[in-house]
Each structure stands twice: as C-alpha cells, then as structure tokens.
Design a protein around this ligand. Structure first.
Ligand code: C2E
Ligand code: CA
Ligand code: CA
Ligand code: CA
Length: 278
C-alpha cells in the first residue's frame, strides 16, 4: 500500500472492513476496561514435583466484560501489544499482582514468588524499572517475591533487553523464560542473560510419551537447564503420565490443570488455607 503515496488514506478508509472495525471497537473497549476496572487476575499454582508443596503462583489476566463475560487473554493481549495499550495494562497487572502478593504475605504465606507475564513491548518503556522498584517499596516486597515471565521474543532487541534484565536482577527480581523452546533458534543468548528459570512450553508437555521424540526433547531441555543452573518448570501438566515422566526425568517444578486451573484470588486463598497443595 505504501507506494500509493498520497492515496494511502483513501486506500485504507475505503477498506474499513469488518475486521478493522471490530479491532477499533475492541481497542476502545480495552481502554474502557482499564479505566473501569474490568480487568482481573486469576492465579495458578506452581508445584514442587519433589515435595508437592506450592512454590509459586502465576498471575493470568482476564477481561470481565459487562456484556460478553470473561474474555481470555489471547483474545485481547495481541491487540494490546499491537496498539501499545499493553504498557498501561502491563503496569496494572504488575501492581495488582504485587498488591495480591502482599495480601497473601499478610495471611502468613511469605515464601513463594508471584509470577507475572511481561510483554516485550513493556521493555521499551523507560519507566519500567522505576515502576517495579516503586511497587516493591509500596507493597513491602523483596525482589524475590516477584518473578517476571518473559518470552524469547526479547532477543529481537538483545542489547536493550540485556540492560533491562540486568537492572531487574539488581532489584533481585526473578526472571524466567516462558514458552521455552518455541521462539528462538539460538540458545547462545542464555548464557549471557541473568535468567533464573526456564518454563518448558505446554506444547512439548502435551505429547510426552515414553521413548517418543517429544519425550526425549523434554528430557534434553531439563538436562540442559539443570546443567546451566536454571530452575526448570514444566507447564500444561494435565495427566498422571506426564507428571510421572517429568518426575522421572528430574524436572522439579510443574504447573497445569492436573494441580489446578487458574482461579480467582478468593479461591486461591481457600486453596492455600486448605493445604490442598500438600
Ligand atoms: P502463558 O503465559 O504461556 O500461560 C499459560 C496458559 O496455559 C494460560 O492460558 C493457562 O491458563 C493455560 N494453562 C495452564 N495449565 C494448563 C493445562 O494444564 N492445560 C491447558 N489446556 N492449559 C493450561 P491463559 O490464561 O488463557 O493465558 C494465555 C496467554 O496469555 C499466556 O500464556 C500469556 O502469554 C498471555 N497472558 C496472560 N496473562 C497475561 C498478562 O498479564 N500479560 C501478558 N503480557 N500476557 C498475558
Ligand atoms: Ca506465563
Ligand atoms: Ca507458557
Ligand atoms: Ca504463551
């Protein structure tokens, strides 16, 4: 379309099809969602596969839409990333997660971090580090109470990402690579970045069968992670067979519907109080 020069606007405006109108409505709706408190976090436990104890909780965003009900993140996070709205939304997520982490601490649960998903676009925000530092102060948290889940897409701008990750590490914030193995072809970056943990993507865990290639792949990722001194967590565990395979291959942490779906904060409190995790 670019070579059409001055006709650009014409070109686009005559092409306002259903999809772009829907997108615009969605963008407006999303701004409103942020202003009117329609965004909520659900929480999913991360379990030690050795002791059975809860060792972390991941915060996952949902949009409680007044008309359409609960909307899953994959329906609006991509648009939020495209429009830049992910920056204010991401800030809201970080603040809400830290507030919740403090509330759990007040109930006596001090040990585990809360894990928050962070988009690469948020790394372009100059205020991110100061914002996180201020949140830790506001809610009396140590850096190790907060874990950021980032994807391999940060490698697109390795120089900037390295600076940000090192600054986060100065705050003692934990860093994990989400969807590990799905995004980037080179592993060499791993040894240059201050990463604490890798999350084996659900797509690998889905098809674990003994002696299958998928199983071998998961085993290889676990071994590599252990050799490089990363914690390794497997996501998307749904069955006993998957759990068994992961345990046998020395994966020490797991997350998935087998333990619990993501649940609202009040249910998470019940979950913690009931000692369900044991
Ligand atoms: P993710 O970070 O890889 O999160 C894992 C997704 O798998 C979550 O979907 C979770 O509910 C789901 N899941 C967990 N265990 C199981 C299982 O055993 N079986 C199945 N079938 N699914 C399982 P969800 O909550 O719909 O989130 C989807 C994605 O949206 C996330 O993938 C993440 O990339 C993104 N996302 C969620 N919350 C946020 C957020 O606050 N900020 C950003 N930037 N992205 C977010
Ligand atoms: Ca995640
Ligand atoms: Ca993931
Ligand atoms: Ca993902």
């Amino acid at each position: 379309a670019k070579e059409r020069g001055k006709n650009n606007f014409q070109f686009y405006s005559s092409n306002l099809n259903g999809i772009s109108i829907r997108k615009m409505e969605m963008e407006t709706g999303l701004r409103k969602a942020l202003e009117q408190n329609q965004l909520v976090l659900h929480y999913q436990p991360q379990m030690s596969l050795i002791t059975g104890e809860l060792v972390g909780i991941e915060a996952l965003i949902r949009w409680q839409h007044p008309k359409h009900g609960l909307i899953a993140p994959l329906e609006f996070i991509p648009l939020a990333e495209e429009t830049g709205l992910i920056v204010p939304i991401g800030k809201w997520v970080l603040r809400e997660a830290c507030r919740q982490r403090k509330a759990w601490g007040t109930l006596g649960y001090h040990d585990f971090p809360i894990a928050v998903n962070v988009s690469v676009r948020q790394f372009e925000d100059d205020h991110l580090i100061d914002y996180i530092s201020a949140l830790l102060d506001e809610f009396d948290l140590k850096g190790i109470h907060l874990e950021l889940e980032i994807t391999e897409s940060i490698m697109q701008n390795l120089e900037n990402s390295t600076i940000i990750l090192n600054k986060l590490k100065e705050l003692d914030v934990l860093l994990s690579i989400d969807d590990f193995g799905t995004g980037y072809s080179s592993l060499s970056y791993l040894k240059h970045l201050p990463i604490d943990k890798i999350k084996i993507d659900k797509s690998f865990v889905d098809d674990i069968i003994y002696h299958s290639n998928q199983g071998k792949m998961v085993k290889t990722i676990i071994d590599m992670g252990l050799n490089l001194n990363f914690s390794v967590i497997a996501e998307g565990i749904e069955t006993n067979e998957q759990l068994h395979f992961l345990k046998e291959n020395e994966c020490k942490i797991g997350q998935g519907y087998f333990f619990s779906k993501p649940i609202p904060a009040d249910e998470m409190v019940e979950y913690l109080l009931s000692g369900n995790e044991k």
